[in-house]
Ligand binder design. Structure first.
Ligand SMILES: Nc1ncnc2c1ncn2[C@@H]1O[C@H](COS(=O)(=O)NC(=O)[C@@H](N)CS)[C@@H](O)[C@H]1O
Ligand SMILES: [Zn+2]
Length: 409
């Protein structure tokens, strides 16, 4: 599937700014510790994409901005970044929404994905090298399920194919949850623990046999459609291989989604880990409830943009929060971000200012310490409020703010 156009990323070395900062350290959900990422020359990252309806709300944007910072910091450290993202363009929630709104599910997906692309471009989020839809990935998904089946790691229940949790000895290592803690989350997030006939209530669907009125595809195990988790196992395996550097998403993906995506990949390949770090962004709420499609309490990037809000102010409003925090969106936050943006824009128009190098060091230290964007913004506030005689500083700060925070002044 087509990705979106990439924002230009200034090379700070072109502006006489000193070499790389410290290694990027991130909180890894599997070890529940902040640890250094240690990518090779090409840093590899998989971030779960949208289920394309009700895109792009601020919760989505908050999560994709977090991983945009990861990619920008890795580039600043001299790595290339191989970034892969999916779009779940066939799945129960999408089909239900299409049904409820009387539109064809393919049209709904296409329309919402296009809106998502324009929102990501407006927010200057660097696009993935591979943007892969579940539908276009069905051949690789079927191939992976066939492999699991041949290894005896699946079982049939009324034509549906399940993955037994016993198939991967490391099941549970991503979330660190007990089975008792998993069950309610599994039920809440697309699982079917109460279905009779399952070997274990937590076993996950790999392939759903054709239901009347629903789209289906041929496979050696009958007509049907893929389960959710296997989609991200297959796409990440195809484009990144095993033990890629970061698997990312919002914290509501830790279990069951990233847990099973890892277990399916580990069981299918016999290798581990699926990802070397599992990184999760906090939840954005509105009116006291997590912003979510099912609740309909959504603030859309596109609505803010059409009402004249500068996307860079939206970006700054989101970056004002630590990426792992759960927080509540309120309108005054957008006003504060708009004011900060104009303050910074005025500051880089000055003929001279305080030197940029110390600010770059503060920003690099902040971002490589588990993406402490609020500290990076505070460093720029301090620079904007100070005077100085350095004639190169304004242009250097403009480039630093763009390259590392993605904010165009
Ligand atoms: N309120 C929210 N705050 C922060 N992140 C959110 C919020 N709602 C959804 N997300 C994140 O946005 C991303 C897309 O969510 S989604 O549209 O529901 N789609 C999916 O979760 C699947 N397509 C992943 S394969 C996920 O990483 C999810 O965790
Ligand atoms: Zn996913």
């Amino acid at each position: 599937m087509r990705s979106w156009s990439a924002p230009r990323i200034p090379r700070l070395s072109d502006l006489g700014l000193a070499g790389p900062g410290p290694a990027l350290r991130l909180f890894d959900s599997a070890t529940r510790t902040v640890k250094a990422t240690d990518p090779g020359p090409v840093a590899r990252m998989y971030v779960c994409g949208i289920t394309p309806y009700d895109a792009t709300h601020l919760g989505h944007a908050n999560t994709y901005l977090a991983f945009d910072l990861v990619g920008r910091v890795w580039r600043d450290l001299g790595h290339e970044v191989l970034y892969v993202q999916n779009a779940t363009d066939v799945d129960d929630p999408l089909l239900e929404r299409a049904e409820a709104t009387g539109v064809d599910w393919r049209d709904l997906a296409e329309r919402e994905i296009e809106l998502f692309r324009t929102d990501m471009e407006a927010l200057r989020v660097v696009p993935p090298a591979h943007y892969v839809g579940a539908v276009e990935a069905i051949p690789m998904i079927v191939e992976m399920i066939e492999g699991l089946k041949e290894s005896g790691l699946t079982y049939d229940l009324d034509g549906d194919l399940y993955f037994p949790v016993t198939a991967d000895a490391r099941f549970g290592e991503v979330s660190g949850l007990t089975a008792a803690e998993m069950l309610p989350l599994f039920a809440e997030r697309g699982g079917d623990p109460a279905r009779t006939g399952k070997k274990d209530p937590l076993d996950a669907l790999l392939w759903l046999a054709e239901r009347p009125g629903e789209p289906s595809w041929d496979s050696p195990f009958g007509k049907g459609r893929p389960g959710w988790h296997i989609e991200c196992s297959a796409i990440s395996l195809r484009h990144l291989g095993m033990s890629f550097d970061v698997e990312g998403g919002g914290s509501d993906l830790t279990f069951p989604h990233h847990e099973f995506s890892a277990s399916h990949a580990q069981a299918a390949t016999g290798e581990h880990p699926h990802a070397r770090a599992y990184v999760h962004a906090g939840m954005v709420a509105l009116d006291g409830e997590k912003m979510s499609k099912s609740r309909g309490n959504l603030v859309f990037v596109s609505r803010l943009r059409t009402s004249g809000t500068d996307p860079m102010a939206i970006r700054l409003a989101l970056l004002a929060h630590h990426y792992r925090a759960d927080w509540e969106w309120t309108a005054p936050q957008l006003d504060a971000a708009t004011e900060r943006l104009s303050r910074w824009r005025a500051a880089v128009e000055r003929p001279t200012a305080a030197p940029a190098a110390p600010v770059l060091a503060e920003i690099r230290t902040a971002l490589t310490t588990d993406l402490d964007a609020p500290a990076a913004l505070a460093a720029l506030d301090r620079w904007a409020a100070a005077d100085g005689a350095d004639a190169e500083a304004p242009a250097q700060i403009r480039a630093i703010t763009d390259a590392l925070l993605g904010v165009e002044l």
